[in-house]
Design a protein around this ligand. Structure first.
Ligand code: DMJ
Length: 673
């Protein structure tokens, strides 16, 4: 305690008095006094007993701490705000959050801190999807999945009703965009997807690396398992007797070459992926990596090698995310480009991929219309992936040219086009079968691929379907089956190729994408006809070509078969359309029809030592006459569509994300950036 003026000039006594006497004084009689008033007085006494220097130092320290406290409080508040204002999915690394670095990390609440630091752990970071196979469904542990970026629920239960849900959901989505699904019939071409021209500028990633969602594995159905078994059986034959060659000859346990490029193996890659056949896929991948060489002095057909090889490699790249397949796709894509060096820019049919030369068939300078107009999905996608416009430019030019050509009949095209003049030839003959079929298919599919913005494609497609209705549709007797015939110089022929059976599926796909509702009625009628092309035949398998009866005759069915047409090549078109019809309607009869067809393939075309064979006579169950050839599309298309048909999982190649090329290789629909 300060002793007063009497002590002035004497030694300062207060240090000792205060520090030593205080408590004793307070407790004078040994009693304990802890009252607030006493404590306040005591502190004040202590403070007063300090020297001025001591008091200044203490005050300075307090002031300093107070300033630091204010600064750090402000920064922490900002950091907190930036964390809580951002959606959780957008919160990336610390560096991305302004202010967070300045804050004292130790005081941040734990969950946000963990989220903000995800970038410290690459395996958890959304920017770096693991390049490893993932499990999607059942045994399909090959599939790469990008980590979840969007938490919206997409999983659908595996029931038929679940198939109907997307129709409803789709309707709602489309209402927002002023587009009505097939039950409506309004087209709004201006969807929110990017135009191809702007998508082409930058190389793209595979779809598997886009925002995808994890979902519960969907168990395979019994019928899907039967397809897996069939595939394995077919693959065993190919592996044992034709490995690395184009096609298996299962009866003679040998192989045939067409291009010498392992056609069956490449065509089957994405089917193995989709079926979840990991070991088979890995083995085939090794062959692609080590043995697939395009630098060969060999003539290949532009169309066939585009849809099977380029298409197969691109889709496998998308499903697996494995850049090996993109590299191979680029290689073959570049090697096919000389085909477009023609006076008219309509490509030649054949290319020598080793020499870089191209030519038409020896007997003509014509190309087939379906061939030059059914390579677009693949080349356009190659441009999008590589950022190199030349592929897309070349094929778009063909479409633009064909759009303007005369010689069409209400949207129906002739079968040939001349590579010098660029004009249609052999005018007056119209079919939806061989040589014209996929022209119509690709009009619609390119329009879908490009985000429904290329109006000329849509116009040509809609016009062509009107042409089909006007000129080619008839009903048979006695069952009144609706079928698509042919027109030759004004004369109707009741002939229909099995190839035409792609049409119901394509029509249904168009309606799913907002096109006229009456196309769905036509699709339903036509798929019934295609099924009858199997059901009315002795083996339950369709011939290559049928003729329909236009007049009722006692004892005659609707379907007549000429001796030259009674072979079956294991073609996919009917199964393909059954898949689309089931996906969009959920009507189980389509699955049942497909199941019958699979059983008949097993009964009449399965070769015990491995593989399936095309047959010569679908009308003779006791001897269908094996032709000793398994076409690559049996693995690339027929069994793939079977497997998809028997699935209730609409996300198993979601048709709002992928469009199948004409060889059943799914390619992504271009989404907005
Ligand atoms: C396949 O190569 C393709 O589906 C093509 O469009 C038509 N021919 C076969 C299948 O039948």
């Amino acid at each position: 305690m300060y002793s007063g003026p009497a002590a002035a000039g004497g030694p300062p006594r207060r240090d000792f008095i205060t520090l030593t006497l205080g408590p004793q004084e307070a407790g004078g009689a040994g009693g304990y006094n802890n009252s607030k008033a006493w404590r306040r007085r005591s502190c004040w006494r202590k403070w007063k007993q300090l020297s001025r220097l001591q008091r200044s130092v203490i005050l300075f320290l307090f002031a300093f701490l107070a300033v630091c406290g204010v600064i750090s409080y402000t920064n922490m508040g900002e950091a907190w705000k930036s964390l809580t204002d951002k959606p959780l999915d957008d919160q990336g690394t610390e560096q991305e959050i302004p202010g967070l670095k300045l804050a004292n990390p130790a005081v941040l609440p734990a969950p946000q801190k963990a989220e903000a630091n995800r970038g410290d752990y690459p395996e958890l970071s959304p920017q770096k999807p693991p390049k490893l196979p993932h499990v999607r469904r059942g045994s399909s542990n090959l599939q790469i999945k990008a980590p979840r970026r969007d938490t919206r629920l997409r999983t659908r239960p595996g029931t038929i009703r679940a198939v109907e849900e997307p129709v409803q959901a789709d309707k709602e989505e489309k209402t927002e965009k002023s587009v009505i699904s097939w039950r409506g019939a309004v087209i709004e071409p201006d969807q929110s997807t990017e135009p191809p021209s702007s998508k082409i500028k930058e190389p793209e990633k595979p779809l598997s690396e886009e925002a995808e969602h994890q979902k519960e594995p969907v168990p395979l159905t019994q019928r899907q398992l039967a397809v897996v078994e069939a595939f394995r059986h077919a693959w065993r034959g190919y592996r044992d007797f034709a490995w690395g060659h184009d096609e298996l000859k299962p009866v003679t346990k040998s192989y045939s070459e067409w291009f010498g490029l392992g056609l069956t193996l490449i065509d089957a890659l994405d089917t193995m992926w989709i079926l979840g056949l990991k070991e088979e896929f890995e083995e085939a991948r090794k062959w692609v990596a080590n043995d697939l060489v395009f630098d060969k002095n060999v003539d290949v057909n532009l169309f066939e090698s585009t849809i099977r090889i380029l298409g197969g490699l691109l889709s496998t790249y998308h499903l697996s995310g494995d850049s090996l397949f993109l590299e191979k796709a680029k290689d073959i894509g570049n090697r096919l480009m000389p085909a477009f060096k023609t006076p008219s820019k309509i490509p030649y049919s054949d290319v020598n991929i080793g020499r870089g030369t191209a030519h038409p068939p020896r007997w003509t300078s014509d190309s087939t219309v379906a061939e030059v107009t059914s390579i677009q999905l693949e080349f356009r996608e190659l441009s999008r992936l590589t950022g190199d416009e030349k592929f897309q430019k070349a094929v778009d030019e063909v479409m633009k040219h064909v759009h303007t050509l005369s010689g069409k009949n209400d949207g129906l095209v002739p079968m040939f086009i001349n590579t010098n003049s660029g004009q249609f030839t052999h005018l007056g003959v119209y079919t939806l079968g061989a040589r014209a079929d996929s022209y119509y298919e690709y009009l619609l599919k390119q329009w879908i691929q490009g985000g429904k913005k290329e109006n000329e494609l849509l116009e040509d497609y809609m016009g062509a379907i009107e042409g089909v209705k006007k000129h080619l549709l008839q009903k048979s007797e006695p069952k009144r089956l609706t079928f698509v015939g042919e027109l030759a110089h004004g004369h109707f022929s009741a002939k229909m190729d099995h190839l035409v059976c792609f049409l119901p599926g394509t029509l249904a796909l168009g309606v799913h994408n907002g096109l006229a509702a009456d196309h769905m009625e036509l699709a339903e009628a036509l798929i019934e006809t295609c099924y009858q092309m199997y059901a009315q035949v002795e083996t339950g398998l369709s011939p290559e070509i049928v003729h329909f009866n236009l007049h009722a005759q006692k004892g005659h069915k609707d379907v007549e078969i000429k001796p030259a047409d009674r072979h079956n090549l294991l073609r996919p078109e009917t199964v393909e359309s059954l898949f689309y019809m089931y996906r969009f309607t959920g009507d189980k009869k389509y699955q049942d029809w497909g199941w019958e067809i699979l059983q008949n393939f097993n009964k009449y075309t399965r070769v015990p030592t491995g593989g399936y064979t095309s047959i010569n006579n679908v009308q003779n169950p006791s001897n269908p006459e094996p032709r000793d050839k398994m076409e690559s599309f049996f693995l690339g298309e027929t069994l793939k569509y079977m497997f998809l048909l028997f699935s209730d999982d609409i996300d198993l190649i979601n048709l709002d994300k992928y469009v199948f090329n004409t060889e059943a290789h799914p390619l992504p629909i271009w989404m907005p950036a």
